[in-house]
Design a protein around this ligand. Structure first.
Ligand SMILES: C[S@@+](CC[C@H](N)C(=O)[O-])C[C@H]1O[C@@H](n2cnc3c(N)ncnc32)[C@H](O)[C@@H]1O
Length: 284
């Protein structure tokens, strides 16, 4: 089934990540559930990717995926088991330059992996708020926080298009492989702008499009849930950030990532179409 309806896409994404949170094998051919397109694209086993958000339920594979997208062995130490599900496509910490005392909001926090890393950086005087629309993910992240006694992190159930965060509450908005999933990215950036204090910044990693997405890929709801079909072009993302009010909007595709992404979806012609990228901007 092909779908362009935002509600169907959102439901498909929520079902897919609920299964991931429950420990179902990601990319097992069930992604998208009854609303999936039926395409075999991306339906490989855990660890199907080196730079995308397919994830893995196997801790060793998830660790390998995290190292491949830019985390350091030190960052992976002492993480709650299952917080890293290999769902990221980069390492927002590497560009966020977090400082002690800062308040950080993580859009689409999943099992809380990036939140726990951010919590180490901002320390006891800081705070990290993870927002995710999938109840199973929020529950998992809260369990993870309890398991390591992490007191400067909280997880809120909500949509990144309607952030459950007060105006000006955040110093930094981070996100890892999530904005591509939104059907209203302009609204996500407007929300990020609203919750940041003046001088605040965004530091995200995400999948972006290097060219206009062919219609058959764009409409494939399963490829959307797998972080491919919803990717937006660099130029349009930068324009959306500027329209939201940000200064210095910069979207930089990571060298070599397009080839890795294309390789992980052997049944879809993604050559030169998508890449992982870093997204930075400042609220002046
Ligand atoms: C690819 S996973 C990334 C998780 C996490 N950032 C990481 O790197 O481990 C996408 C996550 O974003 C959440 N998500 C997707 N769309 C969302 C939306 N519109 N609002 C809130 N959460 C969303 C999903 O529930 C899922 O947990």
């Amino acid at each position: 089934m092909h779908a362009t309806d935002a509600g169907i896409i959102r439901t498909t994404i929520r079902e897919r990540y609920a299964r991931t949170a429950r420990g179902a094998v990601p990319g097992d051919g069930t992604a998208g559930g009854s609303t999936a397109s039926g395409s075999s694209a991306g339906g490989s086993k855990a660890g199907c990717c080196e730079s995308g958000c397919c994830g893995s339920t196997d801790p060793a594979q998830a660790r390998d995926l995290a190292l491949k997208v830019g985390y350091t062995p030190k960052e992976l130490q002492d993480m709650p088991e299952g917080a890293n599900m290999g769902l990221g496509c980069g390492n927002p910490q590497a560009i966020a330059a977090l400082r002690p005392g800062e308040t950080v909001v993580d859009l689409g926090s999943g099992g809380g992996f990036d939140c726990f890393l951010a919590a180490r950086q901002v320390g006891d005087a800081g705070h990290v708020i993870g927002v995710d629309m999938t109840p199973e993910m929020v529950e998992k992240a809260r369990r993870n926080a309890r398991s390591i006694g992490c007191a400067n992190v909280s997880f809120r159930l909500g949509e990144i298009e309607h952030l459950p965060v007060a105006d000006g509450e955040a110093d930094v908005v981070i996100s890892n492989c999530v904005v591509n999933l939104s059907t209203d990215k302009a609204r996500v950036f407007r929300e990020a702008f609203r919750v940041l204090r003046p001088g605040g910044r965004i530091a995200m990693t995400d999948i972006v499009a290097l060219a206009d997405m062919p219609g058959d890929i764009r409409r494939d709801v399963r490829l959307h849930a797998e972080c491919v079909a919803g990717a937006e072009t660099v130029g349009r993302l930068e324009a959306m950030l500027a329209d939201a009010g940000f200064a210095g909007a910069c979207v930089r595709p990571s060298p070599g990532s397009a080839e890795k992404l294309a390789a992980m979806f052997p049944n879809v012609d993604l050559k030169g179409l998508v890449a992982s990228a870093v997204i930075e901007a400042v609220k002046r």
